[in-house]
Design a protein around this ligand. Structure first.
Ligand code: WT7
Length: 645
């Protein structure tokens, strides 16, 4: 165990005894606890009801602070303008380090968000309308999200690495009125053509969808008069103030699509009041955020991490938050540390995959920079392996910064398991203990019973609701109940396996469903399979994850070709490129094995357990293969396996 230093504890919001006491209170009487915590944000009309939630399958319903009203943008901006209008709200650090950073104050943020809101209103966007954002990491992305929140529109951010097809699906599923994009997205010195991708996507959407374009790089793009809108020009001409709309606590704030184990991506819905209370509280306690701190979360706003910990949590707390357009290795492997030194970052939050890739380039890149401002280091997205943890601790934290390994999900809105840095001694690789109000339980997957012993393992479920929890899947409450509440009745099922040690610490062991985690990003194996079989040469495909040194998990695809199609290296390259364009670069298979046959049961079900073992290069223990229709395919697959590492 690595305890925080006495120095750190002295300045922290909460120590070990404080955590135990507050946690006990939070689970003993959640309504009383959250009634008090709800006061951390400003309400237009105070709530009288705090918690109205049930996890009963068939009637799942989650409401927090339901009769309160508020506006999220007013909480993130207006209420700080009076007291700290000249304080920097957002530091924008561009891709190219030679371009100066922008420091956007709370007063300036109010003006830009207002202008953007007025532009949206002028184009007919109002309360409850959906707006899809497909943007680089630029200030306009923050303006757009907050402008939606200001007028009660529901934003749905699509990561700029996704393909036109993926974008079209999300615009259509959410029935968005407007998509906001940019000309190009610079990243690591390369430019992604977002406008041209959006043009392609809009071919498959209603012609009523308007396209707002941020001219960011200024490079030339196509322009469709009557449909395309020059956002910056219209913002400049718009009124500099926009009044905010009074919203119910349970009005949706955003939809964020994420991969599930089956079918199309799911539109996770978060609402306004509970989400903001939870994002704000977790940001404060997990990172031990104090007034005046500079906070940097390196995620993209296309993921939930960017929503909760670049934007909503930090801004609700009046923090200075960094928005970084680039990548960790451009122009060199010292970029993260250069930015930390330049802006005197106090809390730094990134993913294990980034740490592993930087670790491989040597500590000299870190040592060049003055990291003395750092106090807390965070990790998110996947389990952090002890080697990466130790490197992070030694070279970045100099042994003085507690590491908070935060386990959570798109669905949970904010941290679920995490050390609080002044209160909970860490262990490399463990997300340690639950956040306030979170009741983790370990269930036996064989019989769905709760395991009561302290030291145990099984699947991770949560026994009761917390304010940051998703409320439904967009337009499909039934799928919501099926996906999260059907398998283990009465509980929210995370989809993760876990172990609890003798100290009551939790260790996440990874997904137990057909979701894989590639560089901290979630990918449904079914999505990659359906992209592969959409290619004319492919008859059948089965996709599994396998351990990958940098990415955590890599994508391993078994592909059966159509009769008469030759398996060549050129075809392999073509299929890789195909998946990139169908879904996006993050879905590209790392290894493709030609599979003349797949291991199936006599009823035709693919036995993925066997495919996983072969992909892991662990075929000595395949278990029972006697139920296979044709056991000989297994020998063929082992013989020609692609991962021999
Ligand atoms: C899945 C959620 C919201 C965080 C960004 C990813 C895995 C996340 C950890 C961690 C071990 C982790 C889980 C989870 N995961 N954080 N600290 N330790 N595993 O959000 O795309 O919704 O993915 O990421 O498997 O279920 P997401």
């Amino acid at each position: 165990m690595v305890p925080p230093s006495a120095d750190f504890i002295a300045k922290a919001h909460i120590d070990a005894a404080g955590y135990e006491k507050m946690y006990a209170a939070s689970v003993a009487d959640p309504a009383a606890f959250w009634a008090e915590q709800g006061k951390r944000i400003d309400w237009i009309r105070d709530y009288t009801k705090v918690k109205d939630t049930t996890f009963d399958y068939g009637q799942v319903s989650i409401k927090w602070f339901e009769d309160g009203t508020l506006n999220v943008s007013a909480n993130c901006i207006d209420r700080h303008v009076a007291t700290r209008g000249d304080q920097t709200a957002i530091i924008w650090e561009p891709d190219d380090p030679k371009t100066p950073a922008q420091h956007i104050t709370y007063a300036q943020l109010l003006e830009s968000v207002s202008r953007m809101a007025n532009v949206l209103k002028a184009h007919g966007v109002g309360k409850g309308d959906r707006v899809v954002l497909y943007l680089p990491m630029i200030p306009e992305a923050a303006y757009a999200m907050l402008a939606c929140a200001r007028i009660g529109a529901i934003h749905s951010v699509v990561f700029a690495g996704f393909s036109p097809d993926a974008l079209a699906n999300r615009i259509n599923d959410s029935e968005a009125k407007v998509v906001i994009t940019a000309d190009f997205a610079p990243r690591g010195g390369k430019k992604t053509p977002l406008k041209s991708n959006t043009d392609k996507a809009l071919f498959d959407c209603s012609d009523k969808v308007k396209c707002m374009v941020v001219k960011h790089t200024g490079d030339q793009t196509t322009w469709i008069d009557g449909r395309d809108i020059d956002v910056k020009a219209e913002m400049a001409a718009a009124k500099p103030y926009c009044a905010y709309t009074e919203m119910g606590a349970e009005d949706p704030l955003f939809i964020l699509y994420t991969s599930g184990s089956t079918g199309r991506p799911k539109g996770v819905v978060h609402t306004s009041g509970g989400y903001l209370v939870y994002a704000s509280m977790t940001h404060q306690y997990t990172f031990d955020y104090h007034e005046g701190d500079v906070f940097w979360c390196t995620a993209d706003v296309g993921w939930v991490t960017g929503h909760s910990y670049i934007l909503y949590g930090p801004l609700a707390n009046g923090a200075t938050t960094i928005m970084f357009e680039g990548v960790p290795t451009y122009p060199d492997a010292g970029r993260f540390w250069e930015v930390c030194a330049k802006h005197k970052v106090n809390q730094f939050y990134t993913a294990p995959t980034a740490i592993r890739s930087l670790m491989g380039m040597g500590p000299e890149w870190v040592e060049k920079h003055d990291l003395s401002s750092l106090r807390v280091l965070g990790s998110v997205g996947e389990p952090i392996n002890p080697e990466a943890w130790n490197w992070y601790n030694t070279h970045v934290g100099k042994g003085k910064c507690p590491i908070v390994d935060t386990f959570w999900q798109t669905e949970t809105g904010g941290h679920m398991l995490t050390p609080l840095p002044g209160a909970i001694p860490t262990k490399p690789g463990s997300a340690t203990r639950p956040f306030f109000g979170v009741k983790p339980v370990v269930l036996d997957p064989a019989n769905a019973e709760v395991k009561t012993e302290t030291e145990t393992d099984g699947v991770l479920c949560i026994a009761d609701s917390w304010p940051g929890q998703m409320r439904t899947l967009w337009g499909d409450h039934e799928r919501f109940q099926e996906a999260y509440f059907a398998q283990y009745r009465g509980y929210y099922f995370t989809g993760d396996g876990c172990r609890r040690d003798a100290d009551g610490y939790y260790w996440i062991t990874g997904r137990v469903d057909d979701v894989i985690n590639v560089s901290g990003h979630r990918m449904g194996t079914a999505e990659v399979e359906s992209a592969l079989v959409a290619h004319e040469a492919v008859a059948e495909a089965a996709v599994v994850g396998y351990p990958h040194d940098i990415k955590g998990q890599g994508i391993y695809a078994y592909v059966t070709l159509m009769n008469g199609v030759e398996p060549t290296d050129a075809l392999r390259k073509e299929l890789e490129a195909w998946v990139r364009t169908e879904i996006g670069p993050i879905a590209k298979p790392d290894l493709i094995q030609w599979a003349p046959g797949l291991p199936k049961t006599r009823s035709g079900k693919i036995m993925r357990r066997i495919l996983r073992k072969i992909a892991e290069n662990d075929f000595g223990s395949l278990g029972d293969t006697s139920t296979l229709a044709d056991p000989s395919v297994v020998d063929e697959l082992i013989e020609n396996r692609m991962n021999r590492g």
